[in-house]
Design a protein around this ligand. Structure first.
Ligand SMILES: NC(=O)C1=CN([C@@H]2O[C@H](COP(=O)(O)OP(=O)(O)OC[C@H]3O[C@@H](n4cnc5c(N)ncnc54)[C@H](OP(=O)(O)O)[C@@H]3O)[C@@H](O)[C@H]2O)C=CC1
Ligand SMILES: O=C(O)[C@@H]1CCC=N1
Length: 275
């Protein structure tokens, strides 16, 4: 499978790391980005071909991944319009941008219909991503399978029946790695304030997260049961969880995830409104 990326930044690099040599050889991936340094790094690491602007190699691909910032999308895809109109075959356009609605993207692409909207996350870099996907009406079964194959190379996939739900995926798992890193940072800070070194704190916090996450993934029991098993009444965990409840930590997390989802929806509305 030939895959082209428009945008070679953080998320494209994470996806390419999982795809190169797995779904396609590095040379089967073509990356377009204005930054020579970004292109050189991707070429050196994975053997991808590169270009500073959209060229025929892009529409020669079966899948075109749109991986620019939402605010850059409309301008970035404009050069694709004549190329898609004249393409010998219809490539799948796979957008990973937060917020951008398929209908707006289709309009910016001159009415192009083969669009899958997707929300991956950065653990894709180590093959442990999770992506939500939704297909537009013009997507064939083969294209849907191609999208699934691309995202499965870097983790799991969850297909949605309604595009409005992808903002929820953005709030939970697209932005989610940042919440986990934030929690790890807070645990490390507590460790240091309790007298451990920064190195000891990060080692303990990281291993606790990866161990607990793996236990939750492998266990047949629900996470609340796993949590209760750590928590003896009147014990140390009970003291911590009671403190969290009193501080409204769970409610704050729910509010924060909803804020991310709302920002995704707002971005889509703002950026789709301008024509
Ligand atoms: N980072 C994440 O965790 C996730 C991001 N996403 C989505 O992925 C998309 C990319 O995000 P991210 O990788 O973090 O952003 P980055 O800024 O790291 O990457 C975007 C890249 O696109 C380049 N670019 C800008 N304009 C063009 C253009 N016209 N043609 C080609 N390339 C261009 C930028 O170059 P320059 O910097 O020189 O402008 C930059 O290298 C966003 O839409 C985001 O919503 C989705 C899920 C998770
Ligand atoms: O913060 C952002 O806008 C992007 C989308 C999901 C994760 N990062």
């Amino acid at each position: 499978m030939k895959i082209a990326f428009i945008g070679g930044g953080n998320m494209a690099a994470a996806l390419i790391a999982g795809l190169a040599g797995k779904v396609t050889p590095g040379a089967g991936i073509h990356v377009v980005d204005p930054s020579p340094a970004a292109l050189e790094a991707l070429h050196a690491r994975h053997g991808v071909t590169t270009a500073a602007s959209i060229d025929a190699a892009v529409t020669g691909a079966e899948v075109i991944v749109l991986a620019v910032k939402p605010q850059s999308m409309r301008e970035a895809v404009a050069p694709l319009v004549p190329l898609l109109a004249g393409a010998a075959h219809a490539p799948l356009v796979l957008s990973i941008a937060a917020g951008i609605r398929s209908a707006d993207l289709s309009r910016w692409l001159g009415g192009y219909g083969a669009i899958v909207r997707c929300m991956p996350n950065t653990p894709a870099l180590i093959g442990m991503g999770i992506s939500g996907l939704v297909a537009s009406g013009g997507v064939t079964e083969a294209q849907r399978l191609a999208a699934d194959q691309v995202l499965r190379a870097v983790g799991g996939t969850v297909w949605l029946d309604d595009e409005a739900k992808i903002d929820a995926v953005t709030g939970v798992s697209g932005s989610g790695p940042a919440y986990v890193f934030y929690f790890i940072e807070a645990m490390q800070q507590a460790a240091v304030e309790l007298g451990l070194t920064a190195e000891q704190g990060i080692e303990l916090a990281r291993a606790t997260f990866s161990g607990a996450a793996e236990l939750a993934a492998r266990s047949d029991e629900p996470v609340n049961v796993l949590r209760e098993r750590v928590t003896s009444t009147g014990g140390t965990t009970y003291a911590a969880l009671t403190s969290m409840e009193e501080s409204g930590v769970k409610a704050a997390i729910v509010t924060a995830v909803k804020a991310a989802a709302a920002r995704g929806r707002e971005l889509g509305e703002q950026l789709g409104r301008d024509d």
